[in-house]
Design a protein around this ligand. Structure first.
Ligand code: P1T
Length: 381
């Protein structure tokens, strides 16, 4: 099956009891057994639930993977990956990443004896020397949140293989519509399914997809042993989201390109971060590993003032000022005080997350309305 067919049919079957086209929301915690251990494949809903199983199969299918796992949030999915590690192990992670990912690494797992190196991963020569016998995991987010840097997954995966390291890629911004990390050599794909996969800002969820049976068994063990699973209603909602992922992403990309170009040509704007620009430092890598450039755009005004950034986000009317991204509606955010507030100022400014930075999640409304909204707000500064 090709991608657009997989989003709808991948890993799915009609419900065997009724023929129901969508899987029922199996709102049950447990399943009857005819004799101890004799059951129909389901024992307890932390371990497995048929609605979640349908979603997990769908997730595996669209990422060109074999095994999918769904969790109660993106961070719960990251937590599961980190629990593959032991005290003394080291991780090399990109330094430009979602603030909550930084927080779970630096403020939670550091306390359990795991060491994290945060470094710009776009340039391999800058971080290769950090690899030592304790290094176990490479953590890549690409495009990065919120600076839209691009990391060459294939190149990182060659290094991971040479040194027998696990490579995990947070594919939240790109989605498998644009980029399939397992095909490029990654071992684990991670998602905040809260974003584009769900697509409607009505659910918080995380996901992992892998190909290796051995790795999948370890992750399924942790998913069940630690228990950060999602419920059947949320599984149903994200499964429904997957079915329109391709048409939504197509429009997100079109609108994202139009907004990025509008901002680039605006007299009051200094920098626009979007990998579709030919002068983006990693444009060639983006072109090679992604099928288009997505709907996320960040920018800084020429005044470089936080007060102007606040004025813009407070006065946008079609864009809603809110955390999160990837829904059908356009959102704007101020990373320094919102999504990336948990990264120390000095550290975040090094990667470009300055106080004047604004991040847009461009939705699928009529783009003329989005441009008019930005134009009106920019007149106020
Ligand atoms: O929010 P949650 O579902 O737990 O996912 C965390 C997460 C992981 N990775 C990336 C790239 C993310 O963007 C996120 C969540 N991000 C936001 C809430 C945000 O507004 O950036």
């Amino acid at each position: 099956m090709k991608f657009n067919t997989k989003t709808i049919h991948g890993g799915q079957e009609h419900d065997p009891t009724t023929g129901s086209v969508m899987p029922p929301i199996y709102q049950t915690s447990t399943y009857a057994q005819s004799s101890p251990g004799k059951h129909k494949g389901y024992e307890y809903s932390r371990t497995a639930n048929p609605t979640r199983t349908a979603l997990e199969k769908g997730l595996a299918s669209i990422e060109n993977g074999t095994y999918g796992l769904a969790f109660g949030s993106g961070l719960a999915a990251i937590d599961c990956v980190l629990k593959l590690l032991k005290p003394g192990d080291e991780v090399i992670s990109t330094n430009d990443l979602y603030g909550g990912s930084y927080r779970i690494f630096a403020k939670v797992f550091e306390n359990y004896g795991i060491k994290f190196h945060f470094v710009g991963m776009a340039d391999v020569s800058k971080w290769k020397a950090l690899i030592n016998e304790k290094t176990k995991l490479l953590w890549v987010e690409t495009p990065t949140n919120p600076m839209m840097n691009i990391i060459d997954i294939e190149k990182v995966s060659e290094i991971a293989k040479q040194h027998e390291l696990l490579l995990a890629v947070d594919n939240t911004f790109a989605t498998p519509y644009l980029q399939r990390p397992l095909d490029l050599g990654a071992d684990i794909v991670m998602h905040s399914a809260t974003k584009y996969l769900g697509g409607h800002s009505d659910v918080v969820m995380g996901a992992l997809v892998v190909n290796s049976k051995e790795l999948a068994d370890k992750l399924y063990f942790l998913q069940n042993a630690c228990g950060a699973i999602c419920g059947p209603m949320d599984s149903f909602l994200v499964l429904r989201g997957l079915k329109t992922l391709h048409v939504r992403m197509q429009r997100h990309c079109e609108n994202g390109a139009a907004i990025a170009n509008f901002l680039k040509n605006h007299s009051k704007i200094d920098k626009v971060y979007w990998p579709g620009f030919e002068d983006h430092p990693n444009h060639e890598v983006a072109k090679a590993q992604m099928d288009n450039f997505g709907g996320m755009v960040s920018f800084v005004t020429k005044s470089d003032k936080m007060s102007d950034a606040f004025k813009i986000v407070e006065n946008l009317k079609v864009f809603t000022l809110a955390e999160s991204l990837g829904g059908v509606e356009s959102l704007c955010g101020h990373p320094a005080s919102m999504t990336h507030a948990s990264i120390p100022k000095e550290q975040r400014e090094k990667t470009g997350v300055v106080d004047a930075l604004i991040r847009l999640s461009v939705g699928i409304e009529d783009v003329e309305d989005l441009i008019a909204d930005l134009d009106t707000a920019l007149k106020l500064i």
